[in-house]
Design a protein around this ligand. Sequence first.
Ligand code: AMP
Length: 215
Amino acid sequence: MNIVLMGLPGTGKGTQAVILAEKFSIPHIATGDIFRENIEKATEMGRKAAQYIKAGELVPDEITCAMIEKRLEEPDTDNGFLLDGFPRTLVQAAALDSILENLGKELQGVICLQAPEEVLVERLSGRRVCSNCGTNYHIRFSPPEEGGICDLCGGELMQRDDDREETVRRRLQVNRGKTLELESYYREKDLLQQVDASPDPKTVTSKLLAIMERF
Ligand code: AMP
């Protein structure tokens, strides 16, 4: 099953993608995660991407498409994959079409998570991540037992640079128009499924599972 999970930052894409990928035993490929890994390891690509990510801008298509092409050639994607955060532009969507065509594959569906802007700003600017194990918390919706400390490993909780409110608003602004374009692109191909991501995560998961079962 080859699926794209789309949606503005804060719609819960990442959280849902982990659950769905595990349920269907397919790799979860998140461009944001791959960039962050490369930044941490100080690879050349990580160095190029870092400046854009910090500013809440998109990393150039050329860098992003080359990275995803390499990833989709890995054998663990033979039985399917769940793309999270890619494509984010029409150029990337066209690149994905040609990468898949070359690999003799096609998309079964594109799911787009949707929620009002204020919900997204509150979710993102309240997010905290464990600097040691990467577990996500939220200062209001899922706070740790002890302020600033990870329940699982005792690591220090941090705010991602790009989760600061002004950067969050910039990220939403940058992504909004592009997301609408992508929705039209995939609607025309009859691949698009839209899902309301405002309810609690479990409710959203049930809706997504029901859609994926039909693919
Ligand atoms: P995310 O973790 O998905 O919110 O991504 C974090 C940041 O990585 C984004 O704000 C962009 O700067 C960059 N990024 C992730 N995916 C893409 C993409 N498909 N195209 C361009 N930039 C991306």
